[in-house]
Ligand binder design. Structure first.
Ligand SMILES: [Fe+2]
Length: 271
């Protein structure tokens, strides 16, 4: 029997310690509030929302509290991945895991299921010395191997870019330090890996490599450019935020980028 479910993928909300916080000319709290308003107005109800990290801009305690209060009455579970600007212990302290099955007491790695689909978060936050690179630690690698050895299919969520993206600054600064080892593990179980969804690069991308689908999402607040031959980070603050609608069933995954902005109107086309 085919069971199709829909969920939303968001990332890099970069909340500050207070609602007035501005980063790169964007009020990130207002941007996230607008996203919540957009979700409330959707003509369907997602099963859950996955946030692939950078909840706050600099692991602000108050930022996690702002996130918790903003999603309190949404009626849709949110799951959170640890970003380079996050700390796993703060996510565990302030944000509900919605009864997901914890796979590590230290790492923010857990598994949850909706229908017959299984989802798993990976904690790629490494020591500060390698930031903004991430790393799949030995502990996280073992946890992932164990999950793959069960033979079940998995959709994976991680903050970091897992492969080069033909953009010099990103490829030199933003990847996992052991992305090849990680990719090879996934390739050796490619029939089980439905996809790897990530954030960090504040831009929607899709890469299909050796049978593995990698897909990122834009930020709800601030976007990066990822031009080839670009040697420095370049930001874009248009007031527009992004999220992806993901539909998944036993045979396929459909990812649709959507945008939203303050005051944006959505029209029904009537003939
Ligand atoms: Fe970010």
């Amino acid at each position: 029997m085919t069971t199709s479910i829909r969920f939303l993928h968001i990332s890099d909300t970069h909340l500050g310690p207070k609602k007035e916080f501005i980063q790169h000319e964007v009020n990130t709290f207002e941007a996230f509030s607008q996203f919540i308003t957009t979700v409330r107005g959707l003509p369907f109800k997602p099963e859950f929302i996955i946030h692939t990290g950078d909840i706050t801009s600099d692991c602000y305690e108050e930022g996690y509290k702002l996130m918790a209060s903003e999603i309190e009455n949404l009626g849709i579970p949110l799951y959170f991945v640890t970003g380079n600007h996050d700390r796993s212990e703060q996510i565990k302290k302030y944000l509900s895991s919605n009864n997901a099955e914890t796979l590590s007491s230290r790492l923010n790695s857990y598994r949850f299921s909706v229908g017959n689909h299984t989802f798993m978060t990976l904690d790629g936050r490494g020591p500060d010395a390698i930031d903004p690179h991430g790393v799949i630690s030995a502990e996280q690698m073992e946890i992932l191997k164990k999950e793959l050895e069960t033979g079940k299919q998995l959709t994976l969520f991680i903050h970091y870019s897992t492969h080069p993206l033909d953009s010099i600054w990103f490829d030199e600064n933003m990847l996992l330090t052991n992305e090849t080892e990680f990719h090879q593990l996934l390739v050796s179980h490619k029939d089980q890996v439905r996809g790897v969804l990530f954030g960090h690069i504040h831009r929607s991308t899709q890469t299909f490599q050796d049978g593995i689908l990698y897909a990122s999402v834009g930020s709800t607040a601030i976007q990066f450019h990822l031009n080839p031959d670009q040697e420095v980070p370049m930001f874009e603050s248009t007031g527009r935020g992004y999220f992806n609608i993901v539909s998944i069933d036993e045979s396929k995954m459909i990812i649709k980028e959507q945008s939203f902005a303050n005051g944006q109107k959505i029209y029904d086309y009537k003939t």
